[in-house]
Write a protein that binds this ligand. Structure first.
Ligand SMILES: CC(C)(COP(=O)(O)OP(=O)(O)OC[C@H]1O[C@@H](n2cnc3c(N)ncnc32)[C@H](O)[C@@H]1OP(=O)(O)O)[C@@H](O)C(=O)NCCC(=O)NCCS
Length: 399
């Protein structure tokens, strides 16, 4: 069969899924047929996770039982606290999370049990424990005592509790819960693809989740929300927005939180979050930040050809101010994305295994052929002048 070249795989369907549907041209996102906007308004992260994993909304009894099971998995093995303390306090939380998600496997006797039932239990553990790992690491790096999870609380409420040691208000928990719902799944995005590639080798759920966390870290994927907030803090004041954004656009630089590989219309996750972010910012005394985001949106969307190019605010643009208003450190933003997407990653792993096929595309080899091997004595030394052009670069170790 002739092979197609499709760098970035943007024109390739590599899996079937029943978790989420995206129509990028129309700006539609559905989880199992339910519009994301209605889920953000009405559902909870626990219910959304059930929906993604079971293909239908739970009845009241199912949701109560599911929430109970999740809560019973909030705590991590005491030895995980030793692992946390072995990570330098200066480590980036996403790097720490990558290590910690991987380390969970060592304390799970089912880590290598590939049965569907064991994978479902591991999915539950990963979703329940990821917020605990993030909060515990954050407390450790700040020299504060670890706060044990409170099993009477939802995932969102319990995370804020473990992070601060104070019971959050209902509106704070709700704000975080909305962000968790909005980020839970998103088709075959880069980190979900990484998880599916890993599990497709019949590796284990913890390895797949670790691949996914590492992939999410990049600024072109999960790291953009932190960069949005850094930009807002750098601008500092509404009066400076116009000059800052216009000069960035003049320099042909990208505005973080705008554009999306799939959406060429308004990101449907940003629609409700935009209104919601205003409420959260008002409640927490951060309205000026919100006003800055609105002004940035106005300026960017007024640029010639920008709408034709399909550049609109994405989910990161408005989640950034929401997380900031909740008091989260900037470098925890992507960790919250991971805590949410864990439900999608694990759901995709189970779906992949149900009809598994090793994922193995080809590379288009562009190097030379038929070279004659020379002994090391016959090879000429490279020219070391700094002005000599290097086509491919040379790997070397220098003192
Ligand atoms: C997400 C992203 C990587 C998608 O990229 P993509 O689909 O490959 O789109 P391209 O890089 O081909 O860009 C298409 C055009 O839109 C422009 N563009 C894309 N994102 C832009 C942004 N954030 N700000 C300004 N212009 C942007 C590009 O300059 C390009 O213009 P050109 O055709 O005149 O050269 C890109 O939009 C981006 O870097 N956004 C900022 C990071 C971000 O917010 N990521 C989170 C995604 S949820």
């Amino acid at each position: 069969m002739p092979l197609n070249v499709d760098k970035g795989l943007g024109n390739t369907i590599a899996a079937d899924t029943q978790l989420s549907f995206i129509d990028g041209a129309k700006g539609v996102l559905e989880y199992v047929g339910y519009d994301i906007d209605s889920l953000a308004r009405n559902s909870t992260f626990e219910e959304t996770t059930w929906l993604l994993w079971n293909g239908h909304l739970p009845c009241a009894g199912e949701l109560t039982e599911f929430s109970k099971q999740l809560r019973s998995e909030y705590a991590v093995d005491a030895r995980m606290l030793e692992v946390i303390r072995s990570i330098p306090r200066t480590a980036a939380p996403m790097d720490a999370l990558r290590t910690l998600v991987s380390a969970l496997a060592h304390f799970d006797s089912e880590a290598d049990d590939g049965s569907t039932q064991a994978n479902q239990r591991k999915a539950m553990r990963l979703v329940a424990k990821t917020p605990t790992l993030v909060a515990n690491f954050n407390r450790w790096r700040k020299g504060k005592p670890i706060v044990q999870p409170d099993l009477s609380m939802s995932i969102a409420e319990n995370f804020l509790w473990m992070l601060t040691g104070a019971k959050p208000t209902e509106s704070m928990s709700r704000a975080l819960d909305v962000c968790l719902v909005l980020h839970a799944d998103h088709g075959l995005n880069a980190s979900t693809f990484a998880a599916r590639v890993t599990i497709a080798t019949q590796s284990d759920m913890y390895s797949a989740a670790t691949s996914a966390v590492g992939t999410l870290k990049g600024p072109l994927h999960g790291g953009a929300n932190q960069e949005v907030m850094e930009m807002l803090l750098e601008i500092g004041d509404l009066s400076r927005v116009d000059e800052y954004i216009k000069s960035k656009l003049d320099r042909k630089e990208r505005i973080m939180g705008f554009g999306h590989r799939v959406y060429k219309a308004y990101d449907p996750r940003a629609t409700y979050l935009k209104t919601f972010a205003k409420q959260v910012a008002t409640d927490t005394g951060n309205l000026s930040l919100y006003e800055m985001t609105r002004r940035i949106e106005e300026i960017v969307l007024a640029q010639p050809n920008i709408i034709e190019k399909g550049i609109f605010p994405n989910v990161d643009f408005y989640s950034a101010t929401t997380y900031y208003s909740l008091g989260l450190d900037l470098d925890l933003f992507t960790c919250m994305f991971a805590a949410s997407r864990m439900s999608g990653w694990t759901g995709h792993c189970i779906e992949q295994l149900a009809a598994n096929k090793l994922i193995r595309p080809h590379a288009d080899y562009t190097g030379p052929h038929g070279l004659t091997y020379q002994s090391i004595d016959e090879r000429t030394e490279p020219v070391t002048s700094s002005t000599s052009p290097s086509v491919k670069g040379t790997m070397s170790v220098t003192a």
